[in-house]
Design a protein around this ligand. Structure first.
Ligand code: GUN
Ligand code: ZN
Length: 492
């Protein structure tokens, strides 16, 4: 039975089902795994389930090293100790390795421990290589991680799934190789590691390059976890790259600091006069109520809100994938913070890769910003212009232009559509060419359209192409190939 099956897709994102045989369960993805630290249970796992958690993640190394929890976990199992019936994924201690430099356990030992405490998805001891280390070091640590993945693949895990973390620091080609070799181990779930320092510094463009690198190597069929991505403002962008699982310690860590998460960023409880949210916490309380509560209660209520807002964003992303408007959601989120906009722009820089995933049938394309002109749908249309069959004399005109007699003196009139460029009548009613665009177009929409015209001309040198400018400014046509005739007043 395949571990991961996909149903819907949009951009490189997808709705999938991850089968977790040891828990006799399937998890719908994209999914958020709240992080449980057994020592600090701000919200109990059983309550998490009520709030929408299908699956949790905890750190097996904490159990391994804990006088309080080690024996209990070995005797009763993780599910009983945490009181959570659904699947539980475990990390290995690599996080401690990154934080403190050393841990006293190796991959076979911690995998055995994870199996013995009843983990459903276990993790070997990968090395989370920091950003910007020297390439030699990133390579050497990636090689060590790969050795451990191979050890993990040989481990007798029974029904337990085992992850294959993908490292490679900030070297996209190393990430790609790491992804490819991780996939070749035949392990089950593929976390992309060591992005936490990038996420903490809002380096979303670098996150995108690392993730897309890894995804290029992993291919589309692998279920992908983005290790440590817990801020809901990042989920849509990550989902659009094909990340299926996220884990959130952020809901609790931020709550401890009095921080209130939203899909647009982070607010401080101190600064809020109103709660812009309709979760149970925010409908029952005002910010002043939380400020006046005792610290423990404030933290608990903030954590609850933080989780609610995170699960809501996951549902919104699933719905956007269903409806085919995930990139519109990413675009909206990108407006929440300039660094996130940079991340979205970095994703569009990978349009070649994105275009290989983006499904053809979609919801209505909304042109919302200059970035929209770089979406994969536009690129795909440009790429197929060579397969169209234009007549000898073709007139292109913006949709609302009155072409008058010029229409009759050409063999056909095609629409000059914002961003897409030449659109023959037979395609005009099919998605994405039914795109909604603002009446007050930006230059990027016209520029992309003109580059489409150039592609058409190049692919069909025997066609004489004229353009009726409609209400487009003259400057829009400056980049047209010289062979294209722009009709002036006398011709119309
Ligand atoms: N948690 C956050 N980042 C990482 C990582 O790179 N590896 C592991 N195992 N856990 C993580
Ligand atoms: Zn709320």
């Amino acid at each position: 039975m395949p571990v991961f099956e996909m149903s819907d897709a949009d951009a490189a994102g997808r709705i999938g089902e991850l089968a977790v045989p040891r828990a006799d369960a399937t998890v719908e993805t994209p999914a958020l795994l709240p992080v449980i630290n057994p020592h600090l249970r701000t919200i109990q796992p059983a309550e998490m389930a009520e709030m929408g958690a299908q699956i949790l993640i905890t750190n097996s190394y904490i159990f391994y090293g804990s006088d309080e929890y080690r024996e209990a976990a070995l005797e009763k199992g993780l599910h009983e100790v945490l009181d959570f019936p659904g699947p539980i994924m475990t990390d290995s201690g690599s996080f401690q390795l990154a934080e403190y430099g050393e841990i006293d356990v190796d991959t076979p030992e911690i995998l055995r421990f994870q199996r013995e405490i009843g983990s459903d998805i276990a993790t070997p001891v990968d090395i989370p290589t920091e950003p910007e280390v020297a390439r030699e070091r990133a390579e050497a640590e990636r090689d060590t991680t790969q050795d451990r993945l191979e050890t993990a693949a040989a481990f007798d895990a029974g029904e337990m799934l085992v992850t294959a973390p993908v490292q490679g620091s900030t070297y996209p080609d190393l990430r790609e190789r790491a992804g490819r070799e991780a996939r070749e181990t035949g392990l089950d779930v593929f976390p992309i590691g060591a992005v936490v320092p990038l996420l903490n510094d809002y380096r979303y463009a670098d996150v995108v390059d690392a993730v897309v690198g890894a995804k290029r190597g992993l291919g589309p069929a692998a279920p992908v976890h983005l290790f440590g991505a817990g801020h809901p403002m990042t989920f849509a962008l990550a989902a659009a790259m094909g990340c299926d699982l996220f884990d959130s310690a952020a809901y609790a860590l931020y709550a401890r600091d009095g921080r209130y998460l939203t899909v647009r960023g982070t607010d401080h409880l101190e600064d809020l006069a109103y709660f812009p949210c309709s979760c149970p916490v925010c409908t029952e309380y005002a910010p002043s109520d939380l400020r006046n509560a005792d610290d423990e209660r404030t933290e608990r209520l903030l954590a609850e809100h933080n989780l609610h807002v995170s699960f809501a964003e996951i549902r919104r992303i699933r719905q956007a994938i269903r409806a085919g408007n995930l990139l519109e959601l990413v675009e909206a989120r990108a407006r929440g913070h300039p660094d996130l906009l940079d991340g979205y722009r970095a994703l569009l820089d990978h349009a070649d890769w994105l275009g290989t995933h983006d499904p053809v049938r979609k919801g209505t394309f909304f042109y919302l910003s200059a970035e929209s002109a770089r979406r994969p749908e536009v690129r795909r249309h440009h790429d197929r212009l060579d397969r169209l069959d234009p007549p000898d004399e073709l007139l292109l005109a913006p949709r609302d232009a009155d072409v008058g007699d010029a229409g009759a003196s050409h063999d056909a009139v095609w629409t000059l559509a914002p961003a897409f460029g030449p659109v023959p009548p037979e395609l005009a009613r099919s998605s994405p060419l039914t795109a909604e665009t603002p009446a007050r177009l930006d230059a990027a929409a016209r520029k992309a359209a003109i580059s489409g015209v150039a592609k058409l001309v190049e692919a069909h040198p025997d066609t004489a192409v004229s353009v009726h400018p409609g209400d487009w400014p003259t400057s829009a046509f400056a980049a047209l190939p010289p062979a294209v005739d722009v009709l002036d007043g006398d011709d119309r």
